[in-house]
Write a protein that binds this ligand. Structure first.
Ligand code: NAD
Length: 420
């Protein structure tokens, strides 16, 4: 089956990973294409009025990977490099992630090729509303539910919910997750991904016999996921020695004061220039001697170039797709590095998004302790399953995690059969 429309290194990477798993599972040729390729994809032109009176047209995308287990679910990304192929890869990963954690969803992802940092608040609002309007035939609480991702946040979700609700003529909080709590968002959703990352890192330290209170950590990205992961790891007792973002980075061998760093980022929008720390580049951060490395920014950061030089004991993939298949091959020969693969490591976000959707559908809301308890229970089940499979079959953690997710989707498709 030809899928040239998705041509992109990240889509190729997701397909390569899938093929490895399909080989491992002995999947038949006829099942492969059906499970692998996205069901639907949309590309839209988004004209908006800019503040200077001009009109600009942006490209927007949405890919719904499979509709077998329920609505599709996945984030919306605002970044200049967003393409249909990248979004398709991210949608595939969402499918395996939801299946791994037992959520009744297929995967989806969306994006707009734009630099949100260069748009005013009004321009961002117009762009978001226009995108939502264009997507109305393809979304719905039982069809496709969006959430924040790179470059989007609670406010963007609030505008989406408002646009959809105005169209329907009634308030529909379940159309998006990651909303402000005041609009039907869930307690603990904003913190869920980073908190889940830290929970799993703590579990991994048990697995490999490391004392987290003596561990050092480096985090790439200090946005929603990176900052909460860093703060939560610090609460478990780890010392955060390096942090980078799109504009620079900082290092302090004695540990960074994250609460002060957060204030600095609020003021300057970057970690760069934080007092009592030395400058650090992204390249340096990835090969920094540390116990825990957390890539929490973009895909394809750990490559065949830096994989041989990475010096951590735990690689916690908070971002989606941070490690290329070529780097994976190298890391396979480095068993001293314990990998928590992305579809497990960052699953906290979609798990609490699922809780938010359930709460919205029932109009019955839970407290933060209940949310976090339920989150950790689901993560624990998935973690235990993946570690057990990895040990039993002597396979890498990524192969174990992907094979649990992919097999579930394959089985669901088999049980439903093919119509007509
Ligand atoms: P965000 O926009 O809040 O933060 C992104 C951070 O990455 C920022 O600090 C930014 O400066 C930094 N960054 C961007 N480009 C960079 C570069 N070239 N080098 C270094 N740093 C760079 O986004 P987020 O929501 O924290 O998402 C981060 C990653 O986590 C993404 O891969 C996303 O897909 C994944 N993820 C997010 C969620 C969620 O709930 N937000 C859930 C699962 C996975």
């Amino acid at each position: 089956m030809a899928m040239e429309i998705y041509d992109h290194p990240t889509f190729k990477m997701a397909c390569q990973q899938f093929d490895l798993v399909a080989n491992f599972l002995g999947m038949s040729e006829s099942d492969r294409d059906r499970v692998k390729y996205p069901k639907r994809s949309m590309t839209v032109a988004l004209p908006i009025h800019c503040d200077d009176g001009s009109t600009r047209v942006f490209s927007g995308y949405r890919v719904q990977h499979h509709l077998t287990l329920g609505p599709t679910k996945g984030g919306l990304r605002y970044h200049p490099d967003v393409t249909l192929g990248e979004v398709a890869a991210l949608a595939m990963w969402m499918s395996w992630k939801c299946a791994l954690t037992g959520l009744p969803y297929g995967g989806a992802k969306g994006g707009i090729a734009c630099d949100p940092g260069k748009l005013s608040r009004n321009e961002l609002e117009r762009l978001t509303r226009r995108y939502t309007q264009e997507m109305i035939p393809f979304i719905g609480p039982q069809v496709d539910v969006m959430a924040p991702d790179l470059g989007t946040n609670e406010q963007v979700m609030a505008w989406m919910m408002d646009t959809y609700s105005v169209h329907v003529g009634a308030t529909v909080p379940s159309i998006v997750t990651g909303k402000p709590v005041a609009l039907g968002g869930s307690q603990g959703r904003r913190e869920a991904t980073g908190r889940g990352v830290a929970y799993l890192v703590n579990r991994a330290t048990d697995t490999i016999g490391m004392d987290i209170t003596k561990a050092t950590a480096a985090v790439q990205g200090f946005g929603n996921v990176g900052s909460i992961a860093a703060l939560s790891l610090a609460r478990y007792g780890a010392k955060i020695i390096g942090v980078t973002d799109a504009f620079g980075g900082v290092f302090n061998s004695k540990g960074l004061n994250l609460w002060e760093l957060e204030k600095h980022v609020e003021k300057t929008r970057s970690v760069a220039g934080f007092a009592e720390a030395e400058p650090l580049t992204n390249e340096q951060l990835l090969v920094l001697p540390c116990d825990i490395l957390v890539p929490a920014a973009l895909e394809r950061q750990i490559t065949e170039v830096n994989a041989p030089k990475i010096q951590c004991r735990i690689l916690a993939e908070a971002a989606n797709g941070p490690t290329t298949p070529e780097a994976d091959e190298i890391l396979k020969k480095r068993p001293e590095i314990f990998i928590i693969p992305d579809i497990l490591c960052n699953a906290g976000g979609v798990i609490v998004s699922y809780f938010e959707w359930v709460q919205d559908l029932q109009s019955f809301f839970w407290g933060e302790t209940e949310v976090t308890d339920k989150l950790f229970r689901i993560l624990e089940t998935a973690y235990t399953q993946v570690v057990a499979l990895s040990r039993k079959q002597k396979i890498p953690m990524r192969l174990a995690a992907l094979s649990v997710g992919i097999k579930r989707v394959q089985e669901a498709k088999k049980l439903r059969g093919l119509f007509p």
